[in-house]
Design a protein around this ligand. Structure first.
Ligand code: UDP
Ligand code: MG
Length: 331
């Protein structure tokens, strides 16, 4: 592929980033000026309640490579990435945080590996600056549990910072998962994948938009969309409970009947087991329910800064079977 004619789309999800967004734009635009490929920046405003969108629109007056997709409300980081990818038309697409935690200097390395023939080049975090020990420990544990539990080979310590060839993007665009776990989907797609290592930086401004609740949600989505182990676990636990009950029954045949204390303990244990099992089944059931509803994945309120000749298909706008009324807003 010819370096000079490459088009690169950079997708940046944005949620309440007014404190640092202009700095991010400046740094990226400066970085881009010294590079050979042609870049566009696709910001997906995930329902920010601050002035992030206005600031991006202001910047559009100075730079003609800034696109903005605005959601009608906060749909979450993973859906913001999904939308950005659907609007991207580059030969390669880079996904990165809007807070400069993913250093732009890594992008040329990714592009080099892409030119070497790799279709996905993901950033592997060597260290994480300025993040709480809680976040570091939970993130480390999460990536390892996920890796152990899933049949898809997902790299550890890897977030969504990555470069993907347009053929990978084409596959992602066909996936209408209601609660997407994008990095898992990218692993699932396959093709030639490799990594580049980098030091994760501190945020340029503001605080994390990933409170514990959103982290837990991401972890659940990752596990339930790529592993049936929790469901199987339910069976094993049930089997274990039956075995214990059976063993206990046998023992009591010889030693007389149980004490009240034992009965109470057993009751708690078994009730707990049943509730956990039901809970796990419920999570999967809810996912089925979510996807059977066929709601659009997200709603785009408006887009600005796209070239007028860029066709936006219904799937790019929201999802495959989407009402024509929403398409109108998409360009
Ligand atoms: N983000 C988003 N929607 C959300 C939460 C976060 O689009 O509901 C964006 C956020 O603005 C940032 C990226 O996703 O660009 C990653 O979030 P954050 O930096 O807060 O996560 P962390 O780096 O702390 O894990
Ligand atoms: Mg961040």
């Amino acid at each position: 592929m010819n370096k000079i004619t490459d088009n690169i789309s950079i997708v940046l999800p944005v949620f309440n980033e007014e404190a640092g967004i202009l700095d991010t734009i400046d740094v990226l635009e400066n970085f881009i000026t010294n590079q050979l490929p042609r870049y566009e920046l696709i910001f997906v405003d995930d329902g920010s309640q601050d002035t992030s969108a206005q600031l991006i629109q202001q910047a559009q007056e100075n730079y003609d490579n800034i696109r903005l997709v605005q959601f009608s409300r906060n749909f979450g980081h993973q859906l913001a990435i999904t939308a950005g990818i659907r609007y991207a038309t580059g030969d390669a697409v880079v996904v990165m945080d809007a807070d400069l935690q993913d250093p732009p200097a890594v992008i040329p390395e990714m592009i080099d590996k892409w030119h070497d023939g790799y279709d996905v080049v993901y950033g592997k975090r060597l260290s994480r600056d300025g993040e709480s020990w809680f976040k570091k420990v939970t993130a480390k544990a999460f990536y390892r549990i996920l890796h152990a539990m899933t049949s898809v080979d997902m790299p550890v310590d890897t977030g969504d910072f990555r470069l993907m060839d347009k053929k990978v993007i084409a596959e992602l665009k066909t996936m209408d998962e209601t609660e997407p776990f994008v990095r898992g989907m990218v692993s699932w797609v396959g093709f030639k994948q490799t990594d580049v290592s980098y030091e994760r930086q501190e945020r340029n401004a503001g605080v994390t938009k990933y409170p514990l609740k959103k982290m837990l949600r991401l972890a659940t989505d990752g596990l339930t969309s790529f592993s049936d182990l929790p469901l199987k676990l339910t069976n094993w636990l049930g089997g274990l409970a039956i075995a214990i009950g059976f063993g206990y029954g046998l023992v009591s045949l010889f030693t007389g009947f149980s004490t009240l204390q034992f009965a109470v303990t057993a009751m708690f244990l078994l009730t707990g087991l049943i509730m956990v099992s039901l809970g796990i089944i419920g999570v999967y059931l809810y996912r089925m329910f979510e996807s059977s509803r066929q709601r659009p994945l997200y709603i785009v309120a408006r887009t600005t800064g796209f070239p007028s000749n860029r066709a936006v298909t219904p799937r790019q706008a929201t999802m495959a079977f989407q009402q024509p009324t929403l398409q109108r807003h998409a360009n």
